[in-house]
Design a protein around this ligand. Structure first.
Ligand code: ADE
Length: 311
C-alpha cells in the first residue's frame, strides 16, 4: 500500500531541526565543500579567490584571512566586526556573506562573486564615464549608502576600489573591514578611530578626528567627481599633501564637466559637514535625489534596471 495513504491522516511532523515552516537550518560549510580557483584580489590581510561550491556548482568569491597574521596585527576585533556587519546587511547593492567558517590556518568568508571587477578599473580604463553612466552608478552608490545609513552603519572607506560590479553590471559594495555599526540606542552616532583612504577622507575626520554619515557623503562627492573626470578631486604627491588639499578644498574641474554635474559636486564637497547637500542635518541622502543632475533617473527599482553601457 502506498506510503502516502498511510500518513495522510496526520500532518507531517517537523523534524526537531526544522523551523515552523519546515526549513532545515543551514548546514555549516567547511573548506572541502568548495573548490578554490583563481585569485581575484589581494589585500593586506586577505586574499580573495574564486570558490565553487561542489554540491551546487555555484561560484562565489572566498575572502581568505590568515589567522596568525590577524592575531599578530591585533585585527581580530575588526574581522569579527566585518563578519557581523556583512551578516546584518541585506541589499542588492551590498555584497552578501553566504557562509563564514575556518580551519586551523585561515578564516573564510564566502561572498557574492563580482565577475566584472572594481569600478575603479572601469573608470581608469575609460578615463571617466559618460554622463548617463556616471549618473546611473552614482545613483546606485547613493542608494547603497542610504541603506547602510538606515541600518546605522558607516562604511568609512567608500571608494571605487570597494565598489564591485556583479554579473549584471550592478554595483556590489564591499570591504566592511573598517565599517562601524551603531547600536540602536547609542546616542553618539560618530566614530572616533582614524580610518579610510587619503583621497576620500573628509575634512572633519582630519580636524575633529570624528566621522559620521556626512563623512560617507563627502566620499560620495569625491566619487561623483571621479566618475565624471576619471580622477579623484584631491590627490597630492603624498598623504600629507592630499590632506592639505582636502582641508583647503583645493580642487578644480577640468573643462567639459556638464553644469548640473559640477553643481552637484560643488554642493556636496563643502567643508562644513552639516551644509553639504544630503547631510543628516538637511534630512539625509534623499535630498540628493532631487538635484537636477539626476533628472530623468528612475530611483525606484534600480536593481531591476539595465545599466547604461560603459562604452
Ligand atoms: N575582489 C574582492 N572581492 C571580490 C568579489 N566579491 N568578487 C570579485 N572580486 C573580488
Amino acid at each position: 500500500q502506498p506510503r502516502q495513504t498511510a500518513t495522510a491522516e496526520q500532518p507531517p511532523q517537523p523534524s526537531p531541526s526544522q523551523d515552523a515552516i519546515g526549513r532545515q537550518p543551514a548546514r555549516k560549510r567547511v573548506v572541502s565543500d568548495f573548490d578554490f580557483g583563481r585569485t581575484l584580489g589581494e589585500g593586506s590581510y586577505s586574499t580573495v579567490v574564486e570558490a565553487t561550491e561542489r554540491a551546487t556548482g555555484r561560484v562565489y568569491a572566498a575572502k581568505i584571512l590568515d589567522k596568525r597574521h590577524i592575531i599578530k596585527e591585533k585585527k581580530i576585533k575588526y574581522v569579527n566586526i566585518e563578519r557581523d556587519i556583512l551578516q546584518a546587511l541585506h541589499h542588492p547593492f551590498v555584497v552578501r556573506l553566504h557562509y563564514a567558517f575556518q580551519d586551523s590556518q585561515s578564516l573564510y568568508f564566502i561572498l557574492d562573486l563580482a565577475p566584472n571587477g572594481e569600478l575603479l578599473a572601469w573608470i581608469r580604463k575609460l578615463g571617466g564615464l559618460a554622463e548617463a553612466c556616471a549618473r546611473f552608478y552614482l545613483a546606485e552608490i547613493i542608494t547603497a549608502v542610504e541603506y547602510m545609513h538606515a541600518e546605522r552603519t558607516l562604511h568609512r572607506d567608500i571608494k571605487p576600489e570597494n565598489i564591485l560590479l556583479g554579473s549584471n553590471m550592478h554595483i556590489l559594495v564591499t570591504d566592511f573591514g573598517t565599517a562601524k555599526m551603531f547600536k540602536k540606542d547609542e546616542p553618539d552616532q560618530r566614530a572616533y578611530s582614524f580610518v579610510g583612504t587619503a583621497e576620500y577622507v573628509s575634512p572633519e575626520l582630519l580636524t575633529d578626528k570624528a566621522a559620521d554619515c556626512n563623512s560617507d557623503l563627502w566620499a560620495i562627492g569625491c566619487i561623483a567627481f571621479q566618475l565624471l573626470t576619471g580622477r579623484p578631486p584631491f590627490k597630492g604627491s603624498n598623504e600629507y599633501q592630499t590632506f592639505q588639499k582636502v582641508l583647503k578644498l583645493d580642487y578644480a574641474f577640468p573643462p567639459g564637466v556638464p553644469p548640473h554635474a559640477r553643481d552637484l559636486v560643488e554642493r556636496i564637497l563643502v567643508l562644513d559637514p552639516a551644509s553639504r547637500l544630503g547631510s543628516t542635518q538637511r534630512g539625509g541622502l534623499r535630498e540628493l535625489r532631487a538635484h537636477p543632475f539626476f533628472r530623468g533617473l528612475e530611483w525606484h527599482g534600480l536593481p531591476a534596471q539595465t545599466p547604461p553601457p560603459m562604452a
